[in-house]
Design a protein around this ligand. Structure first.
Ligand SMILES: Nc1ncnc2c1ncn2[C@@H]1O[C@H](COP(=O)(O)OP(=O)(O)OP(=O)(O)O)[C@@H](O)[C@H]1O
Length: 928
């Protein structure tokens, strides 16, 4: 947690601690102050109430109407301020003690000036009262004590003293606790009284007979409670009936008391009674005290509860504060965490975005390059197409022209023949008509000249004979002409037949040509091994001399004299060889695939030696740097396009991966990587039925499928190369062709195999899964070596079943199949051991010697084949000539119907396939 919240917490804790301390202190102070003050107030109010109660008893409720039973200090002072109640009470105790009391006007009485009596007018009452008290020796107070702000306790003390005096006077007739001295008693005189006797009387008889005293007392009491008329006379208002009754009861009780006293008269009884009274008084006081103590205790109890409540409240507040602190702390931590998470998320998002941007950029660059390539390709195709269209058009035009010429010629001939025929017929008719006319005239003449006519008949017979012979001659001439035409038409038919057979011969020649072509490929070797050295990453190269067919490695020795090891292959490519040069020897095999052969191209070598570079090219390939895969596919589609008039090709693609001896479909789009089985069927040969076999129309189609395949391919990191492929990938193009003339079908395929890195296990510093992968890779590569070398040695048993790789490629690794292996080595000095092991493997599978021997052995055949090809070319030239001849129509005339039938049969045979007798010049660059 940050330092800031800690400081805050400690500060809050300090403040709380101090607050607690102060709170405790104040509470204590308040409790003590409150306790004392409330106790005092309580006591004061008790005393005030007691005084009020006594005064109300003394002056009656009516007289003391302004004085409530339990008055507040204010009310109490206000009620006594005019001194009437005080004077009345004193006069009750000591009648006539204050002879003149200034009375308050009754409610009905209204002063002349309409105002209440002023305070000063009552001052007289208070002053007289105080003087009387002084005389009685009772405690007094200042007149100002009755005003607001005065000391009420002094007034209350004074009244309670008067009360005690009265009680004492009633009971002990002068022995009372406030004074009790004779001086005080003697001093009591009526104030402003003209008749001081009553006072004198009462105080002078202080030590007289108790019974007398009691009687006196009774008299006084009786006097005190005289009928209302007397009370009225003494200045007090008459009491109400209830009050009167209570007073009477009091009087009766006192009377009874007096009677008892009388009854128990005597010193002893009197003293006992006094003691009893004192005890009562003490009990009363103690009960009073007890009450006060109880009140104090109750107060304490209440204070305790209050304190506890306060403490509980404080505790609650403290715990609430603590909770709030914790919540704040938690909130701070949570917000810190959230901030960190947000930051992390933002960072991740930023990284993702950067990656995506990078990917998008790469993708767009790549697609741009591909677009350009495709555009170039399309342009080429378009140009090619235009050329072909032009050629076809010219051919059509030429044949159309020929036909028209022939037709025109035939029409001319027909017209000529018709004309000739009509002429002959006309001559014949004319002659017949002439003869008829002559005969008619002759008969006429004969009729006329009978004799003459006989002679003439003889003459006519002779001329008819002549005419007959002439008609016969004409007929014979016609027949001769007819015959001649027939012969000519038959000759034309023969010519057509020979042209048709020349066309089919051309197909046969093409077929033979294909065979010869592939025989030549065979002679070059069915298994060919090429070595390729990639550019060195630093100066210390282990590669010595590289010539066309061999490569030597420099073997350093400890004695400083370096050794040299040479390896021989079909061809060796140095670091500066272009991709086109590498592909040059592969190119003829693409035609073989379209001729129905199986071809297998491998890239072998340790990780980082350049396998992918050879097969696919660098990361962003250009027209010059694209690899074998692209070039092979480009040629495949180009040749199939060139042959489209004679053969229809169906091309399909499969892309498989062999990882840890399991076959997986790299063109799977559902994301599920199933383990696939390799099957061998009599119809389709070796195949993987569950893998996707996608029909393609162009190189672009294959490239997009390859992209999908590369994405699906398992690529994992090793200590040597972080882009190392740990599986074999196999792109297979299946070609199914149908000859449009003969209906024959052709099946061929090409496998483009990028093998997994061939490095040794110990050097890869791998364990666990990686070790298992490496073991599987090495095992399958060894199995491939075994199969190829067994094939090269023409052994009886070929161990195809030792690995999934050889099982999968079985159809393309034997018989007529062609195998090309590009062996890659890294030229660096530290890769020397690996390079030697790679080249040894390659030499083992290489058939260079066998191929060479075969070339030597069959060199005569090659010559013969070359001669055959030359002969075939000559034959083709002859056929061309014959075709040329066909363009010139026969000059002789023959029967029209025969000619027509010959022509119609020629057209039919032309439709059935010999319409065009191509030399296929456009394909000549690739074909042979
Ligand atoms: N003939 C070459 N000319 C220029 N650069 C090359 C050549 N051959 C390989 N390289 C470069 O060397 C590096 C490693 O090559 P490449 O990735 O093709 O090796 P590899 O054997 O396919 O490795 P892996 O087994 O990891 O796939 C790449 O950067 C590649 O571009």
């Amino acid at each position: 947690m940050a330092a800031f919240p800690l400081n805050v917490i400690s500060m809050v804790e300090n403040v709380l601690h101090k607050y607690d301390e102060r709170l405790d202190q104040r509470l204590d102070e308040r409790l003590s102050d409150n306790h004392f003050a409330s106790r005092k107030a309580k006591e004061a109010s008790l005393r005030r109430n007691e005084a009020a109660k006594w005064l109300r008893n003394m002056v009656g409720t009516v007289g003391g109407r302004d004085l409530p039973a339990e008055p507040s200090e204010e009310d109490f002072m206000a009620a006594l301020r005019n001194g009437i109640i005080l004077c009345s009470a004193l006069n009750k105790i000591q009648p006539g003690a204050i002879p003149k009391v200034v009375e308050a006007p009754s409610d009905a009485d209204v002063l002349p000036d309409g105002k209440a009596l002023s305070v000063y007018q009552y001052f007289e009452n208070v002053r007289n009262f105080l003087v009387a008290l002084e005389r009685l020796g009772l405690p007094t107070f200042e007149t100002s004590d009755l005003e607001q702000g005065g000391i009420s306790s002094r007034v209350v003390n004074c009244i309670l003293a008067l009360k005690s005096y009265n009680e004492g006077k009633l009971i002990t007739n002068g022995l009372w606790r406030y004074g009790g001295n004779a001086r005080a008693s003697n001093l009591i005189k009526p104030v402003m009284s003209k008749d001081p006797e009553p006072l004198k009387e009462s105080f002078s008889s202080a030590n007289s007979d108790p019974s007398h005293e009691h009687c006196e007392e009774q008299n006084k009491i009786t006097q005190e409670y005289k009928p209302s008329s007397e009370a009225h006379h003494s200045g007090l208002k008459p009491a109400s009936d209830d009050e009167e009754m209570v007073d009477n009861e009091d009087v009766e009780a006192k009377q009874e008391k007096c009677d008892n006293v009388k009854y128990n008269a005597g010193e002893e009884r009197s003293s006992k009674h006094l003691k009893q009274l004192e005890l009562d008084q003490q009990q009363k006081e103690s009960s009073e005290f007890q009450k006060q103590q109880d009140l104090v205790e109750q107060e304490n109890e209440k204070n305790k509860i209050l304190k506890q409540q306060l403490l509980a409240q404080i505790e609650n507040k403290r715990s609430e504060l603590l909770k709030q602190q914790q919540l704040i702390q938690q909130e701070n931590e949570r917000s810190m965490l959230l901030k960190q998470q947000e930051l992390a998320q933002l960072e991740n998002k930023r990284n993702d975005l950067l990656k995506q941007q990078q990917l998008v950029r790469e993708e767009s660059e790549r697609s741009e390059v591909w677009k350009q390539q495709q555009l170039a390709q399309l342009e080429n195709e378009r140009v090619e197409l235009t050329k072909q269209q032009q050629i076809v058009q010219q051919e059509n035009e030429r044949s159309e022209l020929l036909k028209q010429q022939q037709l025109a010629q035939l029409e001319n001939e027909r017209m000529q023949l018709l004309e000739e025929h009509q002429l002959v017929q006309q001559q014949k008719n004319e002659r017949i008509n002439l003869l008829k006319q002559q005969l008619l005239s002759q008969q006429e003449k004969e009729r006329v000249q009978l004799l003459k006519q006989q002679q003439l008949v003889e003459q006519h017979k002779e001329s008819i004979q002549e005419l007959k012979s002439m008609v016969y001659q004409t007929k014979t001439g016609m027949e001769f002409l007819q015959k001649k035409h027939q012969e000519e038409i038959i000759h034309l038919g023969k010519q057509l037949h020979s042209i048709a057979s020349a066309a089919s011969g051309y197909q046969r020649i093409l077929e033979e040509n294909r065979k010869l072509y592939n025989q030549v490929q065979d002679l070059k070797g069915n298994i060919r091994v090429y070595c390729r050295v990639r550019p060195c990453h630093h100066n210390q190269t282990s590669v010595g001399n590289i010539d066309e067919g061999s490569i030597s490695l420099i073997i350093p020795s400890k004695n400083g004299k370096d050794g040299k090891k040479t390896f021989t292959f079909n061809r060796c490519f140095g670091p500066n060889v272009t991709q086109a040069e590498v592909f040059a020897d592969t190119q003829p095999l693409i035609r073989s695939v379209l001729d129905g052969y199986n071809v297998c191209i491998f890239a072998y070598g340790q990780t980082g030696s350049g396998k992918t570079h050879t097969m696919s090219g660098p990361n962003n390939p250009t027209e010059e740097t694209v690899g074998v895969n692209y070039r092979a596919l480009r040629d495949l589609f180009l040749i199939s396009e060139q042959r489209k008039d004679t053969i229809h090709y169906d091309i399909r693609v499969q892309m498989l991966e062999i990882y840890n001896e399991t076959v997986r479909d790299l063109l799977s789009t559902d994301g599920v990587q199933k383990r696939l089985e390799i099957r061998n069927s009599s119809l389709n040969g070796i195949n993987v039925p569950d893998a996707n076999l996608v029909p393609v129309q162009s190189t672009a189609d294959v490239l997009s499928l390859m992209d999908l395949g590369f994405k699906n391919r398992a690529v994992s990191a090793t200590a040597m190369n972080d882009r190392s492929s740990r599986s074999h990938s196999c792109l297979t193009v299946h070609v199914h062709g149908k000859d449009l003339t003969s209906g024959k079908t052709i099946r061929g395929s090409i496998h483009l195999v990028d093998l997994a890195g061939s490095e040794r296990v110990d050097k890869s510093e791998v364990t666990g899964d990686r070790l298992k992968e490496a073991q599987h890779i090495n095992k399958s590569l060894a199995a491939l070596g075994d199969v190829i070398s067994s094939l090269a040695q023409k052994q009886q048993h070929i161990p195809y079943r030792n690995s999934k790789l050889t099982q999968l490629l079985q159809d393309s690794l034997g018989g007529q199949a062609k195998t090309l292996m590009f062996v890659h080595i890294a030229p660096e000095q530290d890769a020397l051991v690996e390079s030697i092991s790679t080249l040894k493997f390659a030499e083992r599978v290489s058939t260079i010697e066998l191929g060479a021997a075969k070339v030597n052995k069959d060199s005569a055949d090659v010559k013969e084949l070359k001669e055959q090809i030359a002969n075939l070319k000559a034959a083709l030239a002859q056929k061309d000539e014959e075709a040329e001849q066909f363009q010139h129509p026969p000059s002789s005339k023959s029967d029209l119907s025969v000619l027509k039938s010959q022509l119609s049969s020629t057209t039919v045979s032309s439709k059935s396939g010999s319409r065009k007798i191509p030399r296929d010049d456009s394909a000549s660059s690739l074909e042979v």
